[in-house]
Design a protein around this ligand. Structure first.
Ligand SMILES: [Zn+2]
Length: 410
């Protein structure tokens, strides 16, 4: 394929994205997104050029876990079609594509996507379309269609509401669908107030029944030694988990709500590298706790002391500590200043303020004052904020000796 053709298609793809959604200034974890970061041209190429285009048929086939396949039969009145590309969108920010190969026997264009390229779990939804070019240089973008990366090899349940689409692999009980829809409905107004508005798309929760079936979809990785029990990705707009402890209620009212909050962090453009905030904020949206998070933080504080916020609280950061420290601080903020303090902080972050500037700007007090108040709220013997801890040499974080109970990445 000539570079110029590639570029044209890239620009057509870009125009399609721009037409489909809000302006993109922030690319979340779409490591598999292939759309260009070029500045789009002032006006996209007209659709179809001087030719009349006909689409006779198109198909989509899921070959999960190996990949997907598209076919297209189309023609241009001006001449042979020289190039065809299938383009698909997984979530508001992730575009992928596959170049077509013409099959002379069937007269169809065939497009193959191998899951080794960028693995994704079963039941991710996609919207796809085709971009064509004929020998006279006319370009044409087809209509689009919806599909799912279906797992046709196993039995699955499905449920959908205005809040979420949920899939579970049998023998996980169908009760899981109802629990998840209920949990999301009960949490809807909390999400809305705390984030200013609901998620810009309908997320997916995909629950595998076993470790083996869960590890099957990511063919780029060897499952030996893997300890993760789930992943959440804004590039395909959902969370995938396996039902490792059999607790469906905890999955729905804890994990799903937590992971959806991570999707909000990307969607509302307020991600930060500060882990206690990222995890504490997601934990805040769980409706049922696995244990007493604030109680646990108080016990840690009693045992180790609680360092300054600016030094990540100065506590040992293994296992669940970032979740508990972050949760307790956010619980304090929302109890004291209302749920919408989170929206105010998010707005500040979206405007470019780092987290530790966004918090005082939202609260209207200095970070030191907020921290002192927090330590009083926590009931520490000495609420005075300790002075900055000395900078220690860089060291790698300790490897936890137990599997994480939450997903390893937001
Ligand atoms: Zn998390």
């Amino acid at each position: 394929m000539k570079l110029r053709t590639r570029l044209t298609w890239a620009l057509v793809a870009w125009a399609a994205v721009m037409a489909l959604m809000m302006p993109l200034q922030y690319l979340v974890t779409a490591q598999d997104a292939t759309f260009p970061t070029l500045t789009p041209p002032p006006s996209p190429t007209g659709n179809g050029g001087t030719a009349t285009w006909t689409v006779d048929s198109q198909t989509f086939i899921s070959n999960y876990p190996m990949g997907m396949e598209f076919t297209l039969k189309a023609s241009s009145s001006a001449g042979e079609i020289k190039n065809a590309t299938a383009i698909w969108k997984l979530s508001p920010v992730s575009l992928q594509r596959a170049a077509g190969v013409f099959n002379k026997e069937t007269g169809q264009w065939e497009f193959l996507w191998d899951s080794l390229k960028s693995p994704m779990p079963a039941w991710v939804g996609l919207q796809y379309w085709f971009v064509l070019e004929d020998e006279k240089g006319n370009d044409f973008t087809t209509n689009s269609w919806q599909a799912e990366y279906a797992d046709n090899t196993r039995s699955w349940g499905r449920a959908e509401s205005e809040d979420i689409i949920v899939y579970w692999e049998h023998p996980i009980d169908d009760e899981f669908g109802k629990l998840t829809l209920d949990a999301m409905a009960e949490q809807r107004e909390t999400y809305r107030i705390a984030w200013g508005s609901l998620l810009s798309y309908k997320p997916r929760a995909i629950y595998y029944a076993t470790r083996d079936s869960y590890f099957e979809w990511d063919r780029t990785r060897n499952s030996i030694g893997r300890r993760d029990v789930g992943q959440t990705s804004s590039s395909w707009g959902g969370t995938v988990q396996y039902n490792y402890n059999g607790n469906l209620r905890e999955g729905a009212y804890g994990t799903v709500l937590h992971e959806v909050a991570h999707l909000y962090q990307s969607d509302k453009r307020s991600t930060t590298g500060i882990q206690w905030w990222t995890e504490g904020q997601a934990t805040f949206f769980e409706r049922e706790q696995m244990y007493d998070y604030v109680g646990n933080l108080k016990a840690i504080a009693k045992q180790q002391g609680l360092g300054p916020l600016r030094s990540d609280w100065g506590v040992y950061f293994g296992g669940r500590t970032p979740y508990d420290t972050g949760y307790a601080f956010i619980k304090y903020l929302t109890d004291t200043y209302g749920l919408d303090i989170l929206d105010k902080i998010t707005q500040n972050m979206r405007a470019g303020k780092p987290l530790l500037d966004a918090i005082p700007a939202a609260v209207g007090k200095s970070l030191d004052e907020i921290e002192y108040d927090y330590r009083v709220w926590l009931g520490l013997d000495d609420p005075t904020v300790p002075t900055q801890m000395p900078t220690l040499g860089f060291s790698f974080p300790p490897t936890p000796t137990f599997p994480p109970t939450k997903t390893p990445k937001p």
